[in-house]
Structures are given as C-alpha cells and as structure tokens.
Design a protein around this ligand. Structure first.
Ligand SMILES: Cc1cc2nc3c(=O)[nH]c(=O)nc-3n(C[C@H](O)[C@H](O)[C@H](O)COP(=O)(O)O)c2cc1C
Length: 194
C-alpha cells in the first residue's frame, strides 16, 4: 500500500493533546494543504482562523458551555448535541479537548457549496496533520452555536465576516497517549456497477 493510502487509513480523531504548541512551519504546511483542496468553481471562498491564544479559546469554551445550557432537546435532537449538553455540565468540559491550536473554517452563508468546500479543506487538514505526526479532530460546536451573539462577538475578533457561517473546525496538536484504533467500517455501503 502506498504512503498516501496508509495515511488515510491510519488517521484517527484525536481527543487528547499535549500542551506543547505545534511549530509554525507545521502550521504553514497544514494551512497550505487546506488551501489546495478542491472548491466549487474554484471559488476558494473559505476563511481559516487559526486560534492559538489559550485565553481566547477558554473564553469560547465558557460561551459554548452557556450555549449548551440554553439548548432545548427533544427526542429528535442530534445525539451528539444531547451528549454534548450532558458533558458540558461538567466544569472540566472542553469542547476542543485542550488542543493548543483550533482552526475554524468559515464560508459564505449564501454560497451553496460552503459546507462541501470547507469539508474537503478540513479533510486535507486532518490528513496533512497526521502525515506530520500530529493529531486532529473535527469540532462541531461552533457550527451549532456560531451565531449565538456572545460567540459571534469572539468569532468576529478572529476575522470571520458577518456573512460567513462556521462550517467546521479542527483541533490540532501533538497526540497525548496512544493513537486510537479505527472502529470497524459498516458493511453494505458500496454498490459497484460494471
Ligand atoms: C461532520 C463531523 C462532525 C464531527 N464532530 C465532532 C465533534 O464535535 N467532536 C468530536 O469529538 N468528534 C467529532 N467528529 C469526529 C467523529 O466522531 C469521528 O470522525 C468518527 O467517530 C470516526 O472516528 P475516526 O475519525 O477516528 O475515524 C465529527 C466528524 C464529522 C465528519
């Protein structure tokens, strides 16, 4: 198997990070990989906000915990939101797993490929990070709560325009502990027509 396929198969979502910040050269390589993702009509309308300021991240975490408090759930609520609300009751809750870097990917609200373009950029981030011996994880809380006034206020200071929505975010850092094993892939998800 070639190195690229090996990298794809061994990437895992990482939820425990070392405190040590990643190198600027590593960050640059990862951002470049994101910028070289495909985009509809080559629009490249995404914006990458790289947050490495611990105080700012803690501030966001406090607002996310508040947003979970206000979240009303019923039996149709997405299960990660339900488990997130429960987890956020704890003072130890940290939505970005104390990663030293959080890359927030935003894109034009009016653009129909906003999520698709941002998602392929995020996958490039995850794969580039893994290839450079770093861990990463998709972080969805800002996609859910990015328009809450207090959160938006912070996001504006990260250079995110008002007409941009949060499509996703990547926690990034050196892995703490062992790399988790892949969960088994589901059967029956492929049809080949010859
Ligand atoms: C759209 C999307 C949203 C996700 N949101 C979160 C999240 O908020 N927090 C988290 O820990 N993992 C999140 N994940 C990671 C998934 O839980 C993870 O990819 C899945 O369990 C499979 O594990 P693997 O990435 O190690 O293969 C998200 C993944 C995707 C694609």
């Amino acid at each position: 198997m070639n190195e690229i396929l090996q990298n794809i198969l061994t990437r895992r979502s990482i939820r425990a990070y070392q405190k040590e910040q990643i190198l600027d050269t590593e960050l640059e390589a990862i951002i470049k990989a994101a910028q070289y993702a495909p985009s509809g009509g080559n629009s490249q309308s995404w914006h990458f906000s790289v947050v490495q300021n611990e105080e700012k991240l803690k501030e966001l975490n406090a607002h996310v915990r508040e947003a979970f408090k206000d979240l009303i759930i019923d039996n149709t609520t997405y299960r990660s939101k339900v488990s997130g609300k429960k987890a956020a009751e704890s003072n130890r809750y940290n939505f970005y797993y104390h990663a030293p870097t959080l890359i927030i990917v935003s894109n034009d609200r009016e653009y129909s490929n906003a999520m698709a373009d941002s998602s392929v950029a995020l996958q490039n981030i995850f794969l580039a990070a893994h290839s450079l011996h770093m861990g990463s994880c998709w972080i969805n809380q800002l996609t859910w709560f990015g328009d809450q006034p207090k959160i938006r206020e912070v996001l504006t200071t990260f250079g995110i325009p008002e007409n941009y929505k949060i499509c996703g975010a990547a926690a990034l850092g050196y892995v703490s502990g062992n790399q988790p094993k892949a969960t088994p892939r589901k059967e029956g998800t492929v049809t080949i027509i010859k």
